[in-house]
Design a protein around this ligand. Sequence first.
Ligand SMILES: NC(=O)c1ccc[n+]([C@@H]2O[C@H](COP(=O)([O-])OP(=O)(O)OC[C@H]3O[C@@H](n4cnc5c(N)ncnc54)[C@H](O)[C@@H]3O)[C@@H](O)[C@H]2O)c1
Length: 472
Amino acid sequence: MKENEERKEWEKIPSGAQQIHEKNIAPLDTASAPPRPHGSAYMGNYAAPPLEKIRVAMIGLGARGMALLRILSELEDCEVVALCDTREEARRSAAVELRDRGKAEAASYGGSEDAYLYMLERERPDAVFIDTPWELHARMAVECMERGAHVFVEVPLATTLEELWTVVDAVERTQKHCMMLEEVIYGRHELMFLNMVRQGLVGDLLHGEAAYIHDLRDRTMSSDAGGVAWRVQHYAGRNGNLYPTHGLAPVAQYMSIARGEDTFERIVSLSSPSIGFSTFAGQTFPSAHPWNNTDFLCGDMNTSIIRTRLGRTILVQWDETTPRPYDRKNLIQGTAGVLADFPLRVIGSFVPDEKDAADHSWYTGKEAWDDLYARFDHPLYRRLGDKLAPLSPRVAMDYIMLYRIMESLKHGTALDQNVYEAALLSAVGPLTEKSVHEGGTPQIFPDFTRGDWQHTKRASYLSTGRTHLRRS
Ligand SMILES: NC(=O)c1ccc[n+]([C@@H]2O[C@H](COP(=O)([O-])OP(=O)(O)OC[C@H]3O[C@@H](n4cnc5c(N)ncnc54)[C@H](O)[C@@H]3O)[C@@H](O)[C@H]2O)c1
């Protein structure tokens, strides 16, 4: 009976991109948070009871799920016990991955959209990784937590503000972890910048710049991997910054957003015309192809600006449809210096004299990078150095993220990212949709912590130092 009621509740939440868009542009009061339901508790610094061995289940074994499975299957004290995907071919490939690595066979679940529910009941995993299309994240996350599992969800956490609140409420009700799998905060440069910021090397933080600029037209439009095209449906039906977290999460972390110091206050957003996908489709597919008969709503380049409670500003850009080199910007500007990336370049009193900020030239290039790594590599990066050495920078980020998750679950310590950060970062999607729809109006961020961000501690792996604005 309870399950039927839950299903009905979820049926009301739209899954199509157009319905998501309609929901996101509808009038909504985001300035006041609904009261915390009775029996729920704030989870910002939550540490779960320690686990000796972590029994993991995975839902979604496409491009991303397989990448994470390869690492999870190698981690100590982590056992992949169940694999779920609607595509049989995906389940088979995942089983081969485990077998080739000499791991125990995992139970396989598929055959229907709801097979994961059966998997949860039968396997009772400690932790579930959700690597499915965006519109399924919130529903699956809540159902996992309701069935006793910690949950780790791909980016973004959800697609509407209503879904984000539903996930936050479920975390507070079930007392389970729900972490968004934002691996970019573990990039070598991102960790190094965090280390430098916390040492006060750039002074008081004023401004950040973040982006996800990645020409993905070919990958998203041409794939026949059973579903990457779901992402293109979102570009067809929605217009805003639909994928903000990779660039934004590290900048938010430098500023200690939602962790005692500052939080996002408002955002304004504008999108360029939408030409990239339709041009690419015209050049690539026959005229009868669905992408040549689709009106794409999403602008090719979305540009947004966030203002924080302390009055700091963050530029956030998103573009997956133009011929342009990959860029996440990763820029943090303080009163005493600036750290920036793509390529790595910095200015401040910590650079050798001859390249002083006063001469307006960046400290950059191979020698400068080696010097910066030698002096400022993050302690976490140094600690895992041997394990990271054989990995590409891209895989190294995932490795650190998954390593840290297992470490925290095993020792019963707080995770590095909490659900409130996930919700705040993911809220950029719906809020920019609304702002763009209204010609760039400011949108207020909901306070998913209901005021509790003010006493939330920083993540344990680097909690010292100050970055707050000097107040005279
Ligand atoms: N963190 C990163 O760097 C990164 C990179 C790529 C993708 N992603 C995220 O990962 C997620 C998956 O993206 P992807 O590129 O792997 O997509 P994909 O289409 O390759 O994989 C999605 C998988 O989910 C499966 N699936 C769909 N509905 C299901 C259901 N009801 N039950 C079980 N399985 C189901 C599909 O069959 C498919 O195998 C997305 O949220 C995306 O944003 C993150």
